[in-house]
Design a protein around this ligand. Structure first.
Ligand SMILES: *Cc1c(COP(=O)(O)O)cnc(C)c1O
Length: 358
């Protein structure tokens, strides 16, 4: 069986080492020593110094929206995982979709200004598949109209843009450490924020709004990462670099052998130092995609339709046509990609896909 990805698990003894430390500290939640250590290690690894660890990658989106979007209209991308839009609606904001660029697949920054109204408070864009949005253009627009910028950077662990961590962009940038992501803590996530005052507000928000033991800054929620998660993160982190290299090898095989006269690939934005997080390919039409998917499924190979459907078609948002996103969502599929895929697996997938395309 070849699933779309396989979770990386570190040698179990290395996780045990952290479990022994939890047992001897007798602290399993609320800012324990592993939580502190993981924060420091990630900061070192990414060369950033401003993150808050969270229980998953969706809560930081909600917390950022709660603090920055003030129940207003939030300009967002229709091409992302459902969490980006769901968080907006869940926080009682109104998603206003702006179509995507047909090759970069990130929000089309040239269409953002036309979507701004008096009620717009923020832009929530996704660096989809780890590909950077046009962050400079988005920052210029945000400054011009006094809008906040939140990046769903769930796919971006290890991505640099022009030599700097992509997480340094936006008022807040979020990441997911879910088991299917490049770096994981089982479930987990983080939010990054450079502004010290906002950082403090976000930090308090993720711990019930506590300002001190007996006083509260405002409404808060529990989004804290626990010690078991932090221990997993500490055991996984030393392998991230090696895993990224292994994924790069798999992608190089796909790139070298797939029939690109009938397929399109993601175009990375210039300046993006990528993390090889996904391998999406775009078919000529949905019929071909379904044929490829069914054929692969028969061989126990399970690519996934990331991301379908286009989020402007969700039942709980008001529909406006997004031709590019809808067409991409219908024709894009991620081929299996993992640190431990071997050449025979990749060869089999390439052979099957090419056979149907011919
Ligand atoms: C994975 C993902 C999330 C959600 O992260 P969780 O850690 O599963 O809550 C949010 N946005 C995008 C784009 C994702 O891929």
């Amino acid at each position: 069986m070849i699933p779309v990805t396989r979770t990386f698990l570190p040698p179990i003894e290395e996780y045990h080492k952290y479990l022994y430390r939890i047992w001897s500290s007798n602290q399993i939640a609320n800012g324990g020593e592993l939580w502190k250590e993981l924060k420091e290690r990630i900061q070192e690894y990414l060369r950033s110094n401003d993150l808050i660890l969270t229980a998953n990658g969706t809560l930081p989106l909600q917390i950022a929206l709660k603090n920055l979007a003030a129940n207003g209209e939030v300009i967002t991308t229709p091409f992302s995982y459902v969490a980006s839009t769901a968080a907006i609606v869940w926080e009682n904001c109104i998603p206003v979709f702006v179509d995507i660029h047909p090759e970069y697949l990130t929000i089309d920054e040239t269409k953002i200004e036309a979507a701004i109204t008096k009620r717009t408070t923020a832009i929530l864009a996704t660096h989809v598949f780890g590909n950077s949005c046009n962050v400079e253009a988005i920052e210029t627009i945000a400054q011009k109209y006094g809008l906040k910028v939140i990046y769903d950077a769930a796919h971006c662990f290890g991505v640099n843009y022009n030599g700097q961590s992509i997480f340094t962009w936006g008022d807040v940038s979020t990441c997911s450490f879910h088991a299917t992501k490049i770096f994981h803590t089982g479930e987990g996530g983080a939010m990054f924020c450079r502004d010290a005052k906002l950082y403090q507000k976000l930090f308090q928000s993720h711990n019930f709004g506590h300002e001190g033991p007996l006083n509260f800054q405002g409404v808060g929620i529990n989004a804290k990462m626990n010690e078991l998660q932090a221990g997993m993160g500490l055991a996984v982190l030393p392998y991230v670099e090696e895993n990224i290299k292994k994924r790069k090898k798999v992608i190089e095989q796909y790139e070298g052998q797939l029939n690109f006269s009938k397929l399109k690939r993601l175009r990375l934005r210039e300046g993006t130092e990528w993390n090889y997080s996904y391998y999406p390919v775009i078919f000529e039409n949905e019929e071909t995609l379904i044929k490829v998917q069914q054929t692969l499924n028969k061989k126990e190979i399970f690519p996934r339709r990331y991301f379908y459907p286009s989020l402007n078609t969700l039942k709980y948002v008001s529909y406006e046509e997004m031709p590019v996103s809808e067409r991409i969502a219908e024709t894009i599929m991620c081929l299996p990609l993992a640190h431990n895929m071997d050449r025979t697996e990749t060869d089999l997938i390439i052979e099957e896909v090419n056979r149907i395309l011919n």
